[in-house]
Each structure stands twice: as C-alpha cells, then as structure tokens.
Design a protein around this ligand. Structure first.
Ligand code: ADP
Ligand code: MG
Length: 240
C-alpha cells in the first residue's frame, strides 16, 4: 500500500519572473506531522498554499492521497487549512463556525449537528457550542479554528503559523494539545512555523527551507545532531 499522503515532485513557483520556490521535492507519509521551518520570506506559506491549491506551480507535480492534484481546485484536494483563531466568523456561534463548511456542502442539518458535536467533544468545546467567538479564550478560539478543519475529515491538515498570535504560555499549551490531538486522530499534517521550538517539539520530520530550497529534511534529532550545513545548525540551534 502506498502510504504517501502528499508528494511534491520538483515543484517551482515564480511570481512575475522571480523564483520563490526552486525545485522542491518531498513526501509526507500517512500519520506524519511534517513541519516547514525557515526564516521569514523563505517560501513556507507559498509551499503550503501550493499544496492547498491556493496557488498553482510554475512547474512540477503535486500528488495528494494518490491523485495528481497539481491543478485541482482547493475543494477537490482532500485538504483543510487551519487558520489563525482570528479568522473565525465573529457573528456565528461555535457550533455554526465549526459546521460552516458542511452547510456550504449542503449536508442535512441533523447530520451536521452530530458531526459538529463529536468534533466539539474531541476539542473540549462541547459546553461552548452556543457561545460567540468574542466570549471565548484565545486557546478556545484556536480549538474552534482546528474544529472547522477537523469536521471536514480531510486527508491532510495544513497549518500556517496557527499559534503566532497567541501569547507564549498559551502557545506552549496549544502546542501540546495539537501534538496530542494529532496522535489520537492519526492525522496527516503539514505545519508551518518560524519557531524552532515549535518545530523541534511537534515534528516527526522537519523540512528546513531557505530561499525557496530545502536545506535539509529529517527527524528533529537527526537535524540537531547532524546538521547538513551551517545554516541548519544555526537555525535549529544545535552545537555542531
Ligand atoms: P514565508 O511564509 O516563509 O515567510 P512566503 O511564502 O510568504 O514566505 O513568501 C516567499 C516569497 O515570495 C517572499 O519574497 C514573498 O514576498 C514572495 N511572494 C509570496 N506571495 C507572493 C505573491 N502573491 N506575489 C508576489 N510575491 C509573492
Ligand atoms: Mg508565511
């Protein structure tokens, strides 16, 4: 059985003649949490948006769950993006925020209610279904943002710096929650951050990006112990 959930094959992207992603190839296996890390402007978000279908590559090929999705519409890729918590609909309750994508799909109300409730229980939001986002804590809002992706039951979750607007202690707590949730769900995720600690603690595999290229990819401890070059060593914060 093919266990690859995401395959990028020599993907490039240029914006008005300027190369932003320069021949990136990588594989995300089922159940893995792969973290893209690197300095601001290195192409992390662009790479994630290429996987999500919010951008199309200039060249190369993208496969998700065994299908060539290089030019497929975002809704046809089996991916769901987790946005920062401030992207919630402020006038909708927790229940309606989580169920939004299913209503758009035209799923019957009773079925939506069941699915939303199950997701809310998993995220410890079951008692908050009728609240508006403004009546939630930062951590609860972030859990609603995750719930909105979860309810769609995607093949792959995509996170773009989901914790960057939370304060440091909450960020630490949410990091632990996301890791636990990921393991329990057996989810497959691509997670973007510029935070080395987040990358080291969450990742099964870290992909270090620099100037639109992969400097090194591997398990956190491998990068830490055997950085391929000075950039990786400095970025990961290892002694070597
Ligand atoms: P990161 O998420 O790692 O900070 P981005 O992927 O957002 O980096 O950006 C990588 C580079 O691509 C940057 O130089 C950015 O200015 C450029 N870029 C991103 N999106 C666009 C766009 N739509 N048009 C032009 N340039 C873009
Ligand atoms: Mg970014």
């Amino acid at each position: 059985m093919n266990t690859s959930r995401v395959i990028l094959d020599q993907v490039t992207k240029s914006f008005s003649g300027h190369d932003v992603i320069k021949g990136v190839s990588l594989e995300v296996k089922k159940g893995e949490l792969v973290v893209f890390v690197g300095p601001s402007g290195c192409g992390k978000s662009t790479l994630l948006r290429l996987i999500a279908g919010l951008e199309t590559p200039t060249s190369g090929r993208i496969e998700i769950a065994g299908e060539n999705v290089t030019y497929a519409h975002p809704s046809k890729r089996g991916v769901a993006m987790v946005f920062q918590s401030y992207a919630l609909y402020p006038h909708m309750t927790v229940e309606d925020n989580i169920g939004f994508a299913l209503r758009i799909k035209g799923m019957p109300r009773a079925e939506i209610k069941l699915k939303v409730r199950a997701v809310a229980e998993t995220l410890q939001l079951g008692h908050l279904l009728h609240r508006l986002p403004k009546a939630l804590s930062g951590g609860q809002r972030q859990r609603v943002a995750i719930g909105r992706a979860m309810v769609r039951e995607p093949d792959v979750f995509l996170f773009d710096e989901p914790l960057s607007n939370l304060d440091a202690s909450l960020r630490g707590q949410m990091r632990v929650e996301i890791a636990g949730l990921h393991a329990r769900l057996g989810a497959t995720s691509v997670y973007v951050t510029h935070d080395q600690v987040e990358a080291m603690t969450l990742a099964d595999k870290i992909v270090v990006l620099n100037g639109g290229r992969i400097e090194q990819a591997g398990p956190p401890m491998e990068l830490y112990r055997r950085p391929a070059n000075l950039f990786v060593a400095t970025f990961i914060g290892s002694p070597g």
